[in-house]
Design a protein around this ligand. Structure first.
Ligand SMILES: *Cc1c(COP(=O)(O)O)cnc(C)c1O
Length: 237
């Protein structure tokens, strides 16, 4: 087995273990492989090991890989900050966009999603730790943003995504993840419908996956744990 296949086995075991500890079905947690900075060959190895969902942060880098791997049935997630002048390419190439944090971007993605494709599956990114340097809308603004997005065609609103402030204490990690879970539960009570199933809680990365699963994550985004350390960043951000 390849190194990547071995790492995926380990990550899957960690997911299963965390799910059992939480009394949850491991099948209810989707594994998204975050492949930023890693080459198409590594993605193909992860695909051969059974993964189908892959996440990219940088549009230019992603475009090349998506074209190179178009023979595979990959479900691509855009998870990086979005410049509003780049939405057309995102709307054309990706299946999911997890990093919507303002209406302008949502509206453009809706208008630019090609008619022949299924709706774009989207999550609203929440700045759950209220870090000034981080993207994501403020927790108190999520409801209004969702309300504004509900009528937009071409989008299916799946839930919330967050990248909490880095922290080593699992109990503290879990508190933050529970806050996001509560926020989604609240939105679901008020707004769930066919175009907004609100069934996705995208939280947990290599360093805080167990705490996220304990707090109800349905989608963990794992980069380092699958592909190893990120290769030399070739990007400004
Ligand atoms: C890079 C990244 C990840 C993966 O982080 P790791 O710590 O390498 O697992 C997850 N989510 C987002 C939004 C990222 O940018």
């Amino acid at each position: 087995m390849s190194n990547i296949a071995n790492k995926i086995t380990t990550v899957r075991q960690q997911i299963t273990q965390a799910a059992h500890l939480a009394g949850r079905d491991p099948e209810s947690i989707r594994l998204l492989a975050v492949s930023k900075t890693h080459p198409a060959e590594d993605i193909e190895q992860a695909y051969q090991a059974g993964l189908r969902h892959f996440g990219e942060n940088y549009l230019q880098e992603a475009e090349g890989k998506i074209h190179a791997l178009s023979h595979l049935a990959i479900i691509w997630h855009f998870i990086g900050p979005i410049q509003s002048n780049k939405t057309r390419v995102i709307a054309e190439l990706f299946d999911w966009v997890q990093s919507i944090d303002r209406f302008k971007v949502a509206k453009r993605l809706s208008e630019q999603r090609p008619q022949h494709l299924p709706p774009l599956q989207v999550c609203l990114q929440v700045n759950i730790s209220r870090e000034t340097s981080k993207s994501g809308c403020q927790p108190e603004d999520v409801d209004a943003l969702l309300q504004q997005m509900l009528p937009l065609p071409g989008l299916c609103i799946r839930g919330l995504m967050a990248i909490p402030k880095a922290c080593d204490d699992p109990a503290e990690q879990q508190q933050v993840f529970l806050a996001l879970n509560n926020l989604l539960a609240d939105l679901r009570n008020r707004h769930a419908c066919t175009t907004a199933p609100l069934d996705t809680l995208s939280m947990g990365m290599s360093a805080d996956m167990p705490a996220a699963i304990q707090a109800g994550s349905t989608l963990v985004r794992v980069g380092t744990g699958i592909f190893g350390p990120r290769l030399t960043p070739s990007h400004p951000s």
